[in-house]
Write a protein that binds this ligand. Structure first.
Ligand SMILES: Cc1cc2nc3c(=O)[nH]c(=O)nc-3n(C[C@H](O)[C@H](O)[C@H](O)COP(=O)(O)O)c2cc1C
Length: 186
């Protein structure tokens, strides 16, 4: 089984990308996480551009989502909302509505921010947007506040609680996968 991870941050040392890497460590054998890293290359959505061939990064995103059993998106919060480039990518993915690879795709939304609340507003909006686009957004969340203090130099969590919380969120996502074969790594 395969899960696609999408970080809503373009930043090299992104805490949200670190969250995806931490998730990779927790997944059981038989479940692979592939992190899609072409977000920066997605052009601004323009309905006129839907008439021609899809831009390369959009085609890559569509193919990547279509090829997996579930997606997990780690979003930062910009001005109490979803970063524009991530929202733009979801807009592309949502079209055409009849063939969107998001249709019924299990989706976990998590997030990290340097503020106190862990991108909860951005996460709430992203859940709404993904569900509107047809994804089956799971009832789980992980809000990593004060992100500056939550990871060590290697990108690992500094406290076990966070690892457990991420594990619980992944459990919920895994129960949505077609065949649940194995438990999370302890
Ligand atoms: C344009 C902008 C707006 C931001 N607005 C918020 C915000 O509303 N709430 C918050 O907690 N952090 C906010 N931040 C701080 C981000 O949480 C911080 O930059 C975080 O590290 C971004 O995630 P990343 O590490 O994955 O890139 C903002 C940052 C930027 C660049």
């Amino acid at each position: 089984m395969r899960v696609l991870g999408i970080s809503g941050s373009l930043r090299r040392d992104s805490y949200n990308t670190k969250l995806l890497r931490a998730a990779e460590e927790l997944l059981p054998p038989g479940v692979e996480l592939e992190v899609w890293d072409e977000l920066k290359a997605v052009p601004p959505f323009d309905e006129d551009d839907e008439l021609g061939p899809a831009p390369a990064a959009v085609a890559s995103l569509r193919d990547a989502v279509a090829a997996v059993d579930a997606i997990m998106v780690a979003t930062p919060e910009y001005n109490a909302s979803i970063p524009g480039q991530l929202k733009n990518a979801v807009d592309w993915l949502s079209r055409p509505a009849a063939t969107t690879p998001l249709r019924n795709k299990p989706a976990l939304v998590i997030g990290a921010s340097t503020g106190a609340f862990g991108a909860v507003w951005a996460q709430a909006e992203l859940r709404k947007v993904l569900a509107t686009a047809g994804a089956r957004v799971v009832e789980a969340e992980l809000a990593v506040g004060h992100a500056l203090t939550r990871f060590d130099d290697s990108g690992a969590f500094v406290d076990e609680d966070l690892r457990d919380e991420l594990g619980e969120a992944l459990e919920v996502l895994l129960t949505e996968l077609p065949v649940r074969r194995v438990a999370l790594v302890a």
